[in-house]
Every structure is written in C-alpha cells, then in structure tokens.
Design a protein around this ligand. Structure first.
Ligand code: HXC
Length: 257
C-alpha cells in the first residue's frame, strides 16, 4: 500500500513511520491520522513486527493538528463526525511504539508523542500545547496526559500560556525518557526498538499493558492486575526459554509464545 503523508519502512522486526508533510511541518490532518492508523493496523497484525518507531523531520515531529483543515469546522460537524476520536486508536495499540521527536512537537504533535509508549527526544526538541493561542484547548488528550506526565502546575502553565518546553526541561520533568543528539535520534530509536523486538513479544505486550494499567486504576488493583499477568507468564514457552537461557549462560531464543 502506498501513502502520501507518511513514509513506512520495516527494518528487521521494527516498523518505522516517518511523518512526511514537510511544507506544513507535519501538521496532522485526517489523512495523516488515517494513514498512521492503517499502517499500525498492519503492524499489529504482522507477527514479524515487534516494535514501532514514529518520527518526523529534523525541524518538526509535528507542529500540531492541521489548523487549516480545522478552522471552518462547526460544532455539529465536529460532534457528528466525533472529531479526534480516530486519534485515540494510536494510543490503544498493543505493540510498543516509541516516539522519536526532533524539533517541534506542538499541540496534536505533542499529544501524538504522548500517545506513544515513551518519547526519545533530540536535543532540538520543543514540546508545547499552544492551542490556547488559537482560542481552543488540547483535544487529543493533552490536558490529561501532559498532566499525568509532568504534574498539574507545569501542565496547567503550558496549557494556559502555550509556553514551549525544551528538551532539557522535558527530560527533567519526565516527559521524555532521554535526550540524544539530533543526528543520532532515529538510529538510537531504531536500536532501542530492535532490542525490544528481540525480546518475547507476548512478555513485552503484557508489560506495556500492565504499565498502562497504572494510569487507569488504583495501586491495589494495579498490583493485583500485575500479579495475575505475572503468574500467567509462567504458562509461556518464552518464560521457560528465558530462564533456561540464563541458567545455561547462553542468549535466549524467544519463540513469541
Ligand atoms: C497547518 C501549519 C501548522 C499547523 C505550521 N504550518 N503549523 N499548517 N497546521 N498546525 C504551516 C505554516 O502555515 C506554513 O505554511 C508552514 O507550515 C511552515 O510554518 P511557519 O509558521 O512558516 O514556520 P516557522 O516560522 O518556522 O514557525 C514554526 C511554528 C509555527 C512555530 C511551529 O508554524 C506554528 O506556530 N505553528 C502552529 C503551531 C500550533 O498552534 N499548533 C497547535 C495546532 S492546534 P505556509 O504555506 O505558510 O508555508 C492543535 C489542536 C490539537 O494541534 C487538538 C486536536 C488534535
């Protein structure tokens, strides 16, 4: 299948999605979101894919939802089409997704990055929720996810003023897992993704599910969920292989079952 707004590659067991609307700084219109979802549907079904990287350009991961596409929308239109709901599917994927962010990740771009499982940032990355300057507010989870990532005070300041956060601040407050030099960003994200893709896929997916559960439940229920899944892992051949490999001092050869 060919795409117009993204470039899709697979390298080994890693799927790489590069946002590709350079003239609009990768602004996210309905076509981009549709194409991302179509690719992720395929990656989710493909047993040969173990991890996914989403990245943009050097200048922009994505400068937001496409303002030109949105500007004339009416309330009934946005209600009837349930505008933005299709974006949520990106955050509901079961395989791990790394956001590799260089340059601007603003508005919907920041929200897209936060829907991924973790964010690797180039030293050039700039995050922000500037929607307030357009007379609106974040609509793809920004008021919720940013607050969970960085706490109320900083999230409130960013959403109310539209101030941008540079990579160093984003790392300090836990929005990104770490910073790498811009020139190494995609290679480093692909390396980390390949490491993850070499592990037991069911164990990786269950781990993702369990970490994400911490956002949806109480500590006691989350720990109970974790324990149930942990116990279930002893039914997996990959658990036997992983622990046998350790005992036999050899690399594990996971079969993903
Ligand atoms: C549509 C956009 C765009 C956007 C940039 N462009 N951002 N088009 N939607 N979000 C276009 C510009 O119109 C311009 O097109 C081209 O990309 C280059 O942008 P410039 O502004 O010329 O570049 P620069 O001066 O370097 O400034 C970069 C920038 C600025 C600071 C990132 O582009 C900017 O402020 N963009 C908007 C950021 C924003 O408000 N994002 C939130 C959107 S609302 P032309 O044709 O003129 O060359 C949102 C809602 C989310 O995301 C809620 C639901 C998802």
């Amino acid at each position: 299948m060919s795409y117009e707004t993204i470039i899709v590659e697979t390298r080994g067991k890693v799927g790489l999605v590069t946002l590709n609307r350079p003239k609009a700084l990768n602004a996210l219109n309905s076509q981009v979101i549709g194409e991302i979802n179509a690719v992720l549907d395929g990656f989710e079904r493909d047993p040969g894919i173990g991890a996914i990287v989403i990245t943009g350009s050097e200048k922009a991961f994505a400068a937001g939802a496409d303002i030109l596409e949105m500007k004339a929308k009416t309330y009934p239109e946005s209600y009837l089409e349930d505008f933005i709901t299709t974006w949520d599917r990106i955050g509901q994927r079961r395989k791990p997704i790394i956001a590799a962010v260089a340059g601007y990740a603003l508005g919907g771009g920041c929200e897209l990055a936060m829907m991924c499982d973790f964010i690797l940032a180039a030293d050039t990355a700039k995050f922000g929720q500037p929607e307030i300057k357009l007379g609106v507010m974040p609509g793809a989870g920004g008021t919720q996810r940013l607050t969970r990532f960085v706490g109320k005070s900083k999230a409130m300041e960013m959403c109310l003023t539209g101030r941008l956060m540079d990579a160093a601040e984003a790392e300090r407050v836990g929005l990104v897992s770490r910073i790498v030099p811009a020139a190494d960003l995609v290679a480093e994200a692909m390396k980390v993704a390949a490491q993850i893709a070499d592990l037991s896929l069911p164990a990786v997916m269950m781990t993702k599910e369990s970490v994400n559960r911490s956002y949806e439940t109480t500590l006691a229920e989350g720990v109970r969920f974790e324990r149930r899944v942990f116990h279930a892992m002893f039914a997996m051949a990959d658990q036997k292989e992983g622990m046998a490999a350790f005992a036999e001092k050899r690399p594990a050869d996971f079969k993903n079952r």
